[in-house]
Design a protein around this ligand. Structure first.
Ligand SMILES: C[S@@+](CC[C@H](N)C(=O)[O-])C[C@H]1O[C@@H](n2cnc3c(N)ncnc32)[C@H](O)[C@@H]1O
Length: 314
């Protein structure tokens, strides 16, 4: 999404619509409704489409509801974690399946990034929170209570931080003096630990970026349930139904790519080693991930790392 909520533009929106084909009508689920940009486009493009709009963030749901008021008779809002998509739908008064399409625009919204008190961004000094929903784990707990080895693992695995060990050690040393409770304090420790140096490929990346990403992923357990979610989504789709996933870093994209590939190949016969065509669940519609054009990135800088993958249920 782009900078301001008032005029925020959803990422790769035309491409999402091309794959979702809301013109077909039927029930679509936007698993990450955020500020409702994609949802609005789906409802506009598909006059016969109905939408179930999910988000774990109540503030996002309230804003999306306002934006989608013109379509009120075709939208239902549901607060929850899409990692439990099948259960969420089961809990509906009339379980609404099968689905014509499922969209997941992963990660953090501009509302979350731009609201200082939520602690997602090192652009503002704020308490270290970073919760998208109402989980108990905050970034402050991780920073002040996780052991050095766990911190290093998170920074390396979720932030792809090359100096994970050095940064973890610096944090543990710093917190012995006093707890690290704000984004500003954390940023200062990171800058000291990394010596303000930026290495090779990190040239243009702020020294705090990777650690902030890693903490956010751990706080919200963003990767843990992603594979499971893809399985659930595919099984809930009707024949010909579409799944579209937008990811914003290589860790997420890797999970999406592998899981889709696995479901497209189906089971393998143990004796012959050949794929069993009848067990194939989907056809992958994107050989390579779809990326935004230079124009889109110039207009909407937050789209720059987006990768879209889409599949059709067989
Ligand atoms: C990139 S934004 C979506 C923006 C939206 N497509 C739009 O056009 O406004 C991602 C949203 O997904 C939500 N989210 C992230 N992970 C979630 C999860 N596991 N379950 C439910 N919502 C989630 C976040 O709270 C955030 O509002």
């Amino acid at each position: 999404m782009s900078e301001e909520h008032g005029r925020h533009v959803p990422v790769l929106v035309e491409e999402c619509l091309r794959f979702l084909e809301p013109e077909r009508g039927g029930l679509f689920v936007d698993c990450t409704v955020g500020l409702g940009g994609h949802a609005e486009a789906i409802l506009e493009r598909g006059p016969r489409a109905r939408l179930l709009a999910i988000d774990r963030d109540p503030e996002a749901l309230a804003l999306a509801a306002e934006r989608l008021r013109p379509f009120a008779d075709r939208v239902r809002f549901l607060r929850g974690n899409f990692h439990r998509l099948a259960e969420l739908l089961d809990e509906e008064p009339v379980p609404p399946t099968p689905l014509a399409g499922v969209l997941a625009d992963l990660g953090v919204s501009s509302l979350q990034l731009d609201t200082p008190r939520r602690g997602f961004s090192f652009r503002f000094d704020a308490p270290l929170d970073m919760r998208m929903g109402d989980g108990e784990l905050t970034a402050a707990t991780i920073v002040n209570q996780y052991g050095e080895t766990d911190l290093e693992r998170i920074f390396r695995d979720y932030g792809e931080e090359r100096q994970a060990r050095r940064v973890a050690r610096a944090l543990v040393e710093a917190r012995r003096e006093a707890p690290i409770s704000t984004t500003g304090e954390l940023k200062a420790v990171l800058e000291r630990a990394k010596g303000g140096r930026r290495h090779g490929r990190e040239g243009r990346v702020d020294p705090a970026t990777r650690v902030f990403q890693a903490l956010r992923i751990e706080v919200n357990q963003e990767l843990a349930g992603l594979g499971d979610f893809l399985d659930q989504a595919v099984r809930l789709l009707e024949g010909g139904g579409r799944l579209v996933v937008l990811s914003y870093h290589s860790l997420e994209d890797r999970i999406v790519k592998h899981r889709l590939r696995h479901m497209a190949r189906g089971e393998v016969d143990r004796v012959t080693g050949r794929p069993l065509a009848e067990t194939r669940l989907i056809e992958v519609l994107t050989k390579k991930p779809v990326r935004p054009t230079d124009e889109e990135v110039a207009f909407n800088p937050r789209s720059r790392s987006a990768r879209l993958r889409a599949a059709r249920r067989l």
